[in-house]
Design a protein around this ligand. Structure first.
Ligand SMILES: *Cc1c(COP(=O)(O)O)cnc(C)c1O
Length: 337
């Protein structure tokens, strides 16, 4: 594991928080309480939340780190492993933050083009990884914005076939299956990312977590800021885990709605990509976005190679019906039959 770690981090010690018991606490320059104990710094290791996540994921507490959204965890991974000029490799198209963070940390970034924006030839991708001498491979799986999915067996091939740190960003895994989180003890170079922003539907609290074997976790903790996860997010995160029944019900609803929306887009001839997430990417056109906007409907459009493509999130039944109705009307007005 050590061979992956940045030189600066090898010499670093994690920030130590004094957590001895006390009757009077005057060691951290905190103020006098006026709001439910929020004068205190939060638990640096978010012990209760990590314990609850450990139960849910069946991973050890020492194999988990919580963060201020998975975005913070992506940054921590780069800070731990990526020296300037080293390569981060992903697929293309994918989540734009991978490239942005890589650039911020002075790395180089290369995306392997998916065929028809959805298929990845794994053997060829593994060759690409080694040709680029990638230090880090990061894959959104299911992939944002295409909704496509790389099977677990293929991820294992990448883990076996390359010498990089392999980060699997499972932001949308609850809408799919085939998580690789159970493989973290088999592969010392595997990191799995999860978020509370999508299926758990609490994007507002900015909560994500990372699972990896202890030796990786130990190094990443060295670069983590103390108290990175605030007290309110720790509390609501626990509540979200406690509310798993509501969350699961919504996931089922979204999966049903996803098939309905997909079929409607397909019938309109818009080539929707089969989705394993809570959104669908399809071929609209330049004007569709403006048309929908005129009704106050926001969808995501793209530039570059994805010009004309639209990504629509699966919302409530009423929202989805409305959007489908408007898209249908747009194409009928444009080209009445
Ligand atoms: C939405 C999303 C995230 C979540 O980021 P947070 O910082 O946890 O809100 C991570 N990765 C991908 C690919 C996403 O689409």
């Amino acid at each position: 594991m050590k061979k992956y770690v940045r030189k600066a981090v090898l010499d670093l010690k994690a920030y130590e928080v004094n957590d001895a018991g006390y009757s009077i606490k005057l060691d951290a320059n905190e103020g006098i309480d006026w709001y439910d104990g929020l004068n205190r710094y939060p638990d640096n290791q978010a012990v209760k939340l990590v314990k609850a996540l450990s139960d849910v994921t069946e991973k050890k507490e020492s194999e988990l780190i919580v963060g201020n959204g998975s975005s913070e965890l992506i940054e921590l991974i780069l800070k731990t492993f990526l020296e300037p000029q080293e390569y981060v490799v992903s697929i293309d198209p994918t989540f734009s933050m991978y490239k942005i963070f890589t650039t911020i940390y002075n790395g180089k970034y290369e995306g392997y083009k998916l065929v028809d924006n959805q298929y990845c030839d794994i053997e060829d991708f593994i060759e690409f990884i080694s040709k680029m001498k990638a230090k880090i491979v990061i894959l959104s799986n299911p992939n944002n914005p295409t909704g496509s999915f790389i099977e677990k067996e293929s991820i294992e091939k990448i883990l076996k076939g390359s010498d990089a740190i392999v980060v699997i960003d499972e932001a949308y895994i609850e809408f799919s299956s085939g998580s690789v989180i159970d493989l973290i003890n088999e592969y010392e170079n595997l990191i799995v990312l999860r978020t509370f922003s999508k299926a758990y539907a609490v994007a507002g609290i900015r909560l994500g977590y990372l699972a990896a074997n202890e030796s990786i976790v130990k190094y990443i903790k060295r670069v983590k800021s103390p108290y990175n996860l605030n007290a309110i997010s720790q509390e609501i995160g626990l509540k979200a885990l406690d509310s798993i029944d509501v969350v699961n019900k919504n996931i089922e609803l979204i999966k049903e709605e996803r098939e309905k929306v997909w079929k409607s887009l397909y019938k309109l001839g818009l080539n929707p990509i089969p989705s394993y997430a809570n959104f669908i990417l399809f071929q609209g056109d330049d004007k569709l976005n403006d048309y929908l906007k005129s009704f106050g409907i926001l969808v995501r459009e793209f530039g570059g190679d994805l010009k004309g493509y639209i990504r629509v999130t699966i919302g409530t039944r009423e929202e989805n019906d409305k959007v489908i109705e408007k898209i249908g009307r747009y194409y009928n007005e444009k080209c009445p039959n």
